[in-house]
Design a protein around this ligand. Sequence first.
Ligand code: ADP
Length: 363
Amino acid sequence: GKGLAVFTSGGDSQGMNAAVRSVVRMGIYLGCKVYFIREGYQGMVDGGDNIEEANWSSVSSIIHKGGTIIGSARCMDFIKREGRLSAAYNLVTRGITNLVVIGGDGSLTGANLFRQEWSSLLDELLQNNRITKDQREKYKFLHIAGMVGSIDNDFCGTDMTIGTDSALHRIIEAIDAIVSTAYSHQRTFIMEVMGRHCGFLAVFTALSTDATYNFICEEPAPPNWDKKLCEKIKEERKSGQRLNIIIVAEGAIDREGKPITAELVKKVVVENLQQDTRITVLGHVQRGGSPSAFDRILGCRMGAEAVMALMEATPETEPCVVTLDGNQAVRLPLMECVRRTKAVAQAMADKNWDLAVQLRGRS
Ligand code: ADP
């Protein structure tokens, strides 16, 4: 059977295990020899025990677990050609020519580069007598399929990334818990949520928790945001509301591009309204805990589609990323989505927020 390997790279998210499980089982079902690569690109570069054949039961009892059982890492070695040469050696000598990468835009960019260089990497290995002519010929094509694991929902081309839904659940659970205590004391609660370049978590949290206000990066706060915020809080209190929730995304800014932090918001509320104000920073709690049903199913569907894409690939097939489009798992050109995602980040860096939102499109 064909050699196929799956790895997780970059930041972890809930639902990655469901995706890994699905790749392994779909691969085996279709007659592939399936491998795990542990610790992302580092395991690919280092080889040895990091690359291990998987069987049907090695992915039993993982679908409910957060994080990724095969480990994830950032890897400096893979940024250099020397590292990628070593990675190519480790794959070829195991007969692996199909890769499923689960990660963010950085990991997908690395995979695309690896594929572009594949031929020249094999040539170099052959010249150095590290692989045989037969191996050079037999494994001359590398196929890539990607999936995006990220709690931020920050990737262009997909309605949802794997982990976002679970992170939202975690956040609103925490807010619901806080609300019950805050309600007793008439407080204002400021909650910092993740999302450096994407306000999805903040906006969806605000909508599902009846928040008073939220700050994100795509819609920078106007110059008089402090007044507007205080007026809104006063108004709500006057109408009988006992507590206020304010959601601040990590990357929130004002129109000059200055950060709006939870501390700054607290200062505004305390100085203007003298209210009892508390900050909660959820941090990695958002990435933790078990994946929601949605993320488990999403990982399953995307994993199966990724394997199908690899099995149907011809030498001309470009690397794809499996995304969710209107409740369907579909294949899109990997680099086009990565380029769009990077263009959004650039537009935001250029303070062109309208363009950023327009480029991001539906997701
Ligand atoms: P994410 O995949 O979540 O965006 P990173 O940007 O940290 O996370 O990328 C994860 C890993 O992917 C990096 O540590 C590196 O090994 C690899 N990678 C990222 N960008 C590149 C690149 N341009 N060339 C080669 N490898 C890359």
